[in-house]
Design a binder for this molecule. Structure first.
Ligand code: VGL
Ligand code: ZN
Length: 211
């Protein structure tokens, strides 16, 4: 079965020193580079997402006149207000400098519509508009995904749940994910939900068994 490694949002703003940094992001980049090397040895496709917001994105607390980290509503959809992050063309939106970017065969950007947030790599948060990821994977005959990256409790979780719903056999490389954890157990709960909905959780040192 054809497989792809899907790297979620390994961008400066989600890493140490960034606007929306998760803890221990350096470990995520290391895992990514390791897993990328294993994928290259086994001719597994490597693709990546980028959170890619215009400066006027309404998920930014500043643009909506709200407080960072609080829960509100944007155009009728629950919305956590974020600090400005991953602004198109800025340093914070670039991939982490230590990531082996040369391995990435295709990039999928999300969050470009200022009126709606987009955690999943497949759909906007209202599930109405779709990125070209699903069509691209279908075109490549890819039916299995290995997912890892940032943030466990947002983009990783919603990407994995959509992948499962779309029928992909979906693995989560568990030590390659880190979360925001507005509530301290958010990432743990996200992992439990992905598990419950059918994702297969594996540590990086076991991926060779499935490649
Ligand atoms: C993300 C919050 C806001 C993510 C993106 O990549 O998980 N989280 N935008
Ligand atoms: Zn974002």
């Amino acid at each position: 079965m054809k497989t792809a490694l899907l790297l979620i949002d390994l961008q400066n703003d989600f890493c140490t020193g960034g606007a929306l940094a998760v803890k221990d992001s350096d470990a995520v980049i290391k895992v990514a580079n390791n897993v990328i090397a294993r994928c290259q040895e086994n001719t597994i496709t490597v693709i990546a997402t980028q959170d890619w917001h215009p400066a006027n994105h309404m998920s930014f607390a500043e643009n909506s006149g709200q407080k960072v980290g609080e829960l509100g509503e944007l155009n009728g959809i629950p919305q956590i207000w974020w600090p400005n992050h991953c602004i198109q063309g800025e340093f914070g939106a670039e991939f982490h400098p230590l990531l082996n970017q040369s391995a990435i065969q295709e990039i999928f950007r999300k969050g470009e519509n200022p009126q709606i947030d987009s955690y999943s790599a497949f759909f906007d948060n209202d599930h109405k508009s779709k990125t070209h990821l699903d069509a691209w994977l279908t075109e490549q005959n890819i039916k299995r995904l290995l997912v890892m990256g940032i943030a466990t409790d947002y983009c990783v979780k919603f990407t994995v749940l959509d992948a499962l719903a779309l029928g992909y056999e979906t693995y989560v490389i568990i030590d390659g994910c880190r979360g925001v954890n507005i509530q301290k157990n958010d990432s743990q709960r996200a992992v439990e939900e992905m598990d419950r909905k059918g994702a297969k959780l594996i540590p990086q040192n076991e991926i060779l068994f499935i490649l």
